[in-house]
Design a protein around this ligand. Structure first.
Ligand code: CO
Length: 151
């Protein structure tokens, strides 16, 4: 079964490239730096569409002191409130997203050190509106946040 799956996936990718399938994912690339800034603070996606999001840590400070992740939150969850909740749940410099708070999360990247990147794919919510995202490394949620607008 697994042997059959890989050629199937490859041909699906080729088809998407060849025909510009309208279901292909929208790509978003966001960087995080040593000044605790995401370079993209707003982006827009279509409701129910596929989103391919890449986070790159372009800083130099070691991961244990200046790691970054990107956590997309469910509707109505504020980045600030969620950052505080994650801290209360035990978020730390090696595990900034405790399992107990993942119920508020649509998608999340790994925690990244300098020159690391992570690409995640997820389906945008069907409900339009504003969805906040945040870095949950301790101390970052006040500055490292943004909004995914679903239309
Ligand atoms: Co951060």
């Amino acid at each position: 079964m697994k042997k059959l799956l890989i050629p199937f996936l490859l041909s699906a990718v080729v088809a998407m490239i060849a025909f510009g399938d309208k279901d292909s994912a929208k790509e978003i690339v966001i960087t995080g730096n040593d000044a605790m800034q995401f370079d993209v603070k707003n982006f827009e996606v279509d409701a129910g569409s596929k989103v391919k999001l890449t986070l790159k840590n372009i800083g130099k400070v070691p991961k244990i002191a200046m790691g970054h992740n990107l956590v997309v939150l469910k509707k109505g969850i504020s980045a600030i409130a969620f950052g505080q909740k994650a801290l209360s749940a035990g978020a730390n410099a090696t595990n900034p997203l405790p399992d107990s708070v993942k119920g508020d999360v649509i998608a999340f990247t790994k925690l990244l050190g300098p020159d690391e990147s992570d690409t995640i794919t997820f389906t945008a919510p069907k409900e339009s509106g504003a969805y906040e995202y945040v870095c949950t490394f301790p101390g970052h949620f006040a500055m490292m946040r943004g909004t995914m607008k679903v239309k």
